[in-house]
Design a protein around this ligand. Structure first.
Ligand code: 6PG
Length: 467
């Protein structure tokens, strides 16, 4: 019996994807560059149809044609090395899928290299962490449609299912799948940072205990903020440290790591003139967090605002935080989806924004209740310029802006840094301003550099002799 699919790279994600495929009835050939991880998976297999191979040639020859090979290998050079070692054994029509967090431009390069050889190449965004990989992730496949169609039965089967629909749709050509995953991670950074700021305000400004904040998050998770990240935040805040008995959150070092996908999102946006300030602020927040030693010194030199903390009514201000967080999230998702829209137009990808919102509802890290409404917004208007002006969200943010203003002002006044919440408000105000201050920038540019300007009352390009 030939194997129906092969998985290369048996770290936690790769092993779990292989187990997921086998649990759905596939015959899965597995291979890892080093033997140890293959052996570890073999121990876990029970009766599942997973077949280990220790030579890449044997692995390839064990697959039915056209061969379908799923890579779960560290992004970067390892992907190129594995592809190079596979090529001598592959035939035209075979398919390689990269399920890692590869940069979409690397995926496009590999696609271009493999196409003349007749090898189908799909860049597949996968979100959901270890559990998602095992039980059903959100899957974002990009590449040739006819190649996708050959693997769709397997991918849709292993994906998370929401109301009977798989969280896997064809995203678009070339690197579109990995691009969508990259921006998903940018949104993830922003979403996480917004939650962290709401937490900081509740604790630092309202003086709530960790368990009180856990209760609040748990309650919020019953309503319109319902999402995986809110849910796990409540659980995180309940966890006690076995060593000290303190809430674990209070003994975790406040230096945030990152593997680069959020940074790539910001770089791509900046390179292409796409305003994603909230996502970029969340990246900067991680960077400044990593300056821990400097921050500790600075705290002893730079005094916090010298003011008597005004008493804030807890019920009122908890509700402000809730609404501010919701509005911040809407602004962050609006930026991410704008990045999809503008890039789609730039590359002619025709990204299915409605479906992207739908496949984010299950399996992935940013799964959230309000993705249903985002999807409906794009269903009602496929060329919607910005989520903020869709009827549902326009009404929400108009109603919640007061709360966001209160929180941002109070944070500024009392010295609680709220980079993403304030970037959200600034984005909202900039976006809803029909007449901006950029006329002055244009005048300045023309004054010192004769860069010219346009007028708002008649066509043409003008230069003024300012002196
Ligand atoms: C997912 C996650 C996953 C991973 C991130 C973490 O969707 O499953 O986004 O891809 O957890 O890469 O990224 P950082 O290490 O950069 O925070």
């Amino acid at each position: 019996m030939l194997n129906t699919i092969g998985v290369i790279g048996l770290g936690v994600m790769g092993s779990n994807i292989a187990l997921n495929m086998a649990s759905k009835g596939e015959y899965v050939a597995v291979y890892n560059y080093t033997r140890d991880l293959t052996d570890k998976l073999v121990e876990k297999m029970d009766a599942l149809t997973i077949n280990p191979y220790y030579e890449i040639q044997d692995f390839v020859q064990s697959l039915e044609k056209p061969r379908k090979i799923f890579l779960m290998v560290t992004a970067g050079k390892p992907i190129d090395s594995i592809i190079a070692s596979l090529l001598p054994f592959l035939e035209s029509g075979d398919i390689i899928m990269d399920g890692g967090n590869s940069h979409y431009q690397d995926t496009e390069r590999r696609y271009d290299e493999l196409r003349p050889k007749g090898i189908g190449y799909l860049g597949i965004g996968i979100s959901g962490g270890e559990v998602g990989a095992l039980l059903g992730p959100s899957i974002m496949p990009g590449g040739d449609r006819d190649v996708y169609d050959k693997v769709a039965p397997i991918l849709t089967k292993i994906a998370a299912q929401v109301n009977g629909d798989p969280c896997c749709v064809y995203i678009g050509p070339r690197g579109a799948g990995h691009f969508v995953k990259m921006v998903h991670n940018g949104i993830e950074y922003a979403d996480m940072q917004l939650i962290a700021e709401a937490y900081a305000f509740l604790r630092e400004r309202l003086g709530l205990s960790v368990s009180e904040v856990a209760d609040i998050f748990e309650t919020w998770n019953q309503g319109e903020l319902k999402s995986y990240l809110i849910e796990i935040t409540a659980e995180i805040l309940r966890k006690q440290d076995a060593l000290t008995g303190l809430p674990l959150i209070d003994v975790i070092l406040d230096k945030a790591g990152q593997k680069g996908t959020g940074k790539w999102t910001s770089i791509q946006a900046i390179d292409n003139g796409i305003p994603t300030s909230i996502i970029t602020e969340s990246l900067y927040a991680r960077y400044i967090s990593s300056l821990k030693e400097e921050r500790v010194i600075a705290e002893s030199i730079l005094a916090s605002p010298n003011m008597d903390q005004m008493h804030l009514d807890k019920t009122l201000w908890i509700n402000y935080v809730k609404q501010a967080l919701y509005m911040g999230k809407v602004c962050a998702y609006a930026q991410g989806f704008t990045q999809y829209k503008m890039t789609s137009e730039l590359y002619g990808w025709d990204l299915p924004l409605k479906d992207i919102a739908l496949i984010f509802r299950g399996g992935c890290i940013i799964r959230a209740e309000f993705l249903n409404v985002i999807s409906e917004a794009y269903e009602a208007q496929t060329d919607l310029a910005n989520l903020l002006i869709s009827p549902y969200f326009a009404e929400k943010v108009t109603a919640y802006q007061e709360a966001l203003r209160e929180i941002v002002c109070e944070g500024m006044r009392s010295g609680v840094a709220l980079p993403c919440l304030s970037a959200s408000l600034t984005y909202f105000d900039s976006y809803r301003t029909g007449m901006s201050n950029a006329n002055l920038l244009q005048a300045q540019r023309d004054y010192f550099g004769a860069h010219t300007y346009e007028r708002n009352d008649q066509p043409g390009v003008y230069h003024t002799d300012w002196q």
